[in-house]
Design a binder for this molecule. Structure first.
Ligand code: HEC
Length: 128
């Protein structure tokens, strides 16, 4: 009697365990897929941006609208750091991530299309 009831409990336990296991597994698969898709989108954006040859003048105008409040009208720095010779310290991918990533508050993340991002990069390269 006692053995059969304990196997029933065991069976229930196994069933519960399997249920939880599959739920956790499912959630992990979903998270991984989202991460993978986001990563693909990011890479596509970076590849597209780097394939373009932007205009420094357009980038300058864009900078004056979006960035001068923190980096200063001549990009010499205010709240944000001086951006002269930034392209010697960070590569283009790192700069794209800095501008679009929003990972260093208070600098916000910018949603910039590849053409304008390329213009901004060209402008930053033009700063000595
Ligand atoms: C609200 C203020 C703010 C705005 C607007 C802003 N930034 Fe920033 N930015 C910062 C701050 C603060 C940092 C330093 C972040 C850190 O490293 O902690 C920074 C860092 C950077 C860096 C990296 C500098 C380094 O030395 O590593 C780059 C490149 C940059 N910003 C470019 C831009 C561009 C381009 C724009 C406009 C599209 C912009 N930022 C708009 C505040 C701002």
């Amino acid at each position: 009697m006692s053995t059969s009831s304990s196997t029933a409990v065991e069976r229930d336990f196994k069933r519960e365990f399997l249920k939880i296991f599959f739920i956790v597994f499912g959630v992990l698969v979903i998270c991984f897929s989202i991460f993978f898709v986001k990563n693909q989108e990011n890479n596509k954006y970076i590849i597209e941006t780097l394939a373009l040859n932007g205009s420094a003048e357009e980038g300058d105008a864009l900078f004056k609208i979006n960035c001068v409040g923190c980096h200063g009208i001549t990009a010499r720095g205010l709240v944000g750091p001086d951006l002269h010779s930034i392209t010697q310290r960070l590569n283009d991918k790192e700069i794209i991530r800095q501008v679009t990533g929003g990972q260093t508050p208070p600098m916000p993340s910018f949603e910039i299309d590849p053409v304008n991002m390329s213009n901004l990069l060209k402008y930053l390269h033009s700063l000595e």
